[in-house]
Design a binder for this molecule. Structure first.
Ligand code: NAP
Ligand code: MG
Length: 403
């Protein structure tokens, strides 16, 4: 067959360990035989980040902003053990953190749903996407242990010296206090990313906080979302036939449990941390979660939600067979290729992405899967494939679409 053409390059961010091995297999077996792949390549493997003093991460994020669509492999976030293992010049920052800061984006996580891997919540028919605000609140808090009786105050001093003061509490004895902050600019970016993504997916957007209790802090989130929605997105939502609605976080949780899924749930930082783990485990497996970083102006960076699967990589290095699930990484590629196709009007490319997604699903639903899925599937007698065999099974299925 003639290979599917691309016009604009995808920004390709290569990564580490087992996912780097899968990355190459995916390109060799599933992409390059079908697509005339055009990428702007950045090697975010830890060795190369170290060689370039992490400049490569910054360059890759700027390229994502320039071209609008990127696909990223999982990468190691260095800790003390990694500094030793890779003899690093410095404990480089998390690449995801760096990219997120440059793109000013929000991360959306969506489970991949297949028959045979059923969500624990029986009424969930479609995936639920979690959008987590990635700045501030308890993650940037200041805390204090209060040793004994005394007054704790919240004080803001303006540039001109004027002050606003509130008593936090008059303590009779020991206790604890905490100060949190957020920024209007960050909440605005979060809101725009959520509205942009909801329009892109043509899915309902829910947002929830606790504004009845937190009348200034959480209420500001609620107000900013509503103002931006009314001013910039209301008509577009009406045209797309979707809705935005705000509710209290406890009400949202109750509704989520009773829903059929198929919507985007925007969460404050802490709620998103908790709820994304709830959603991913309830849908089945971390290895089946996709993740996309969306900037407020509509640039996209796709990846798998899981890490580099280090334990499997060490087995691989010792020559042992691995059964690592490549589906979320494949979906990162298809997400990016589909978006590129849509932006450039390349419908063959967008259709290829759909076909590859379908091939992954069909293989699993036919009972052929990696070990992580075989452990949780409802299908009887699944066939457990190793990492390479699984990708080859998807290739065989994909070829049927192009016979
Ligand atoms: P991980 O790579 O997500 O793996 C944790 C465990 O989950 C694995 O040992 C494996 O369980 C299972 N698992 C995850 N993905 C799987 C897949 N595709 N197929 C089969 N099983 C899968 O997390 P980690 O081991 O804590 O972290 C490893 C490295 O990844 C760290 O250096 C961390 O910094 C990095 N990380 C990167 C990202 C990112 O780039 N977005 C995100 C998270 C972590 P079994 O061992 O039981 O089979
Ligand atoms: Mg968490």
């Amino acid at each position: 067959m003639e290979k599917i053409k691309m016009t604009t390059p995808l920004v390709e961010m290569d990564g580490d360990e087992m996912t780097r091995i899968l990355w190459q297999m995916i390109k060799d077996e599933l992409l390059c035989p079908f697509v005339d792949l055009k990428t702007d390549y950045y090697d975010l493997g830890l060795e190369h980040r170290n060689e370039t003093d992490d400049q490569v991460t910054v360059d890759s994020a700027n390229a994502a902003k320039k071209y609008g669509v990127a696909v990223k492999c999982a990468t190691i976030t260095p800790n003390a053990a990694r500094v030793k293992e890779y003899d690093l010049k410095e404990m480089w920052k998390s690449p995801n953190g760096t990219i997120r800061a440059i793109m000013d984006g929000t991360v959306f996580r969506t489970p991949i749903v297949v028959k045979g891997i059923e969500p624990c919540v029986r009424n969930w028919k479609q995936p639920i996407t979690i959008a987590r605000h990635a700045y501030g609140d308890v993650y940037r808090n200041v805390e204090m242990k209060i040793p004994g009786a005394g007054k704790a105050e919240l004080v803001y001093t303006a540039k001109d010296g004027t002050q606003i003061k509130e008593t936090v509490f008059d303590f009779d004895g020991p206790g604890v206090i905490q100060g949190q902050h957020n920024l209007e600019s960050s909440i605005e970016s979060f809101a725009r990313s959520c509205f942009t993504y909801a329009l892109d997916k043509k899915q309902e957007l829910w947002f929830a906080s606790k504004d009845t209790i937190s009348k200034k802090y959480d209420h500001t989130f609620k107000d900013i979302f509503q103002e931006i929605f009314d001013r910039e997105y209301k008509e577009k939502f009406e045209q797309a036939g979707i809705t935005y609605f705000y509710t209290l976080i406890d009400d949202a949780v109750a509704r989520v449990m009773k829903s059929e899924g198929g919507f985007i749930w925007a969460c404050k930082n802490y709620d998103g941390d908790v709820m994304s783990d709830m959603i991913s485990s309830a849908f089945g497996s971390l290895a089946m979660m996709t993740s996309v970083l969306v900037s407020p102006d509509g640039c996209y960076e796709y990846e798998a939600a899981h890490g580099t699967v280090q334990r499997h990589y060490y087995k691989h290095l010792e020559g042992e067979e691995t059964s690592t699930n490549s589906v979320a990484t494949i979906f990162a590629w298809t997400g990016a290729l589909r978006k590129r196709g849509q932006l450039d009007g390349l419908w063959d490319l967008a259709r290829f992405a759909d076909n590859l997604d379908q091939a992954c699903i069909d293989v699993i639903e036919s009972g052929k899967m990696t070990k992580d899925l075989a452990l949780i599937t409802k299908l009887e007698h699944p066939t457990v494939l190793n990492s390479k065999e699984f990708i080859l099974a998807i290739r065989e299925e994909l070829e049927k679409h192009y016979a």
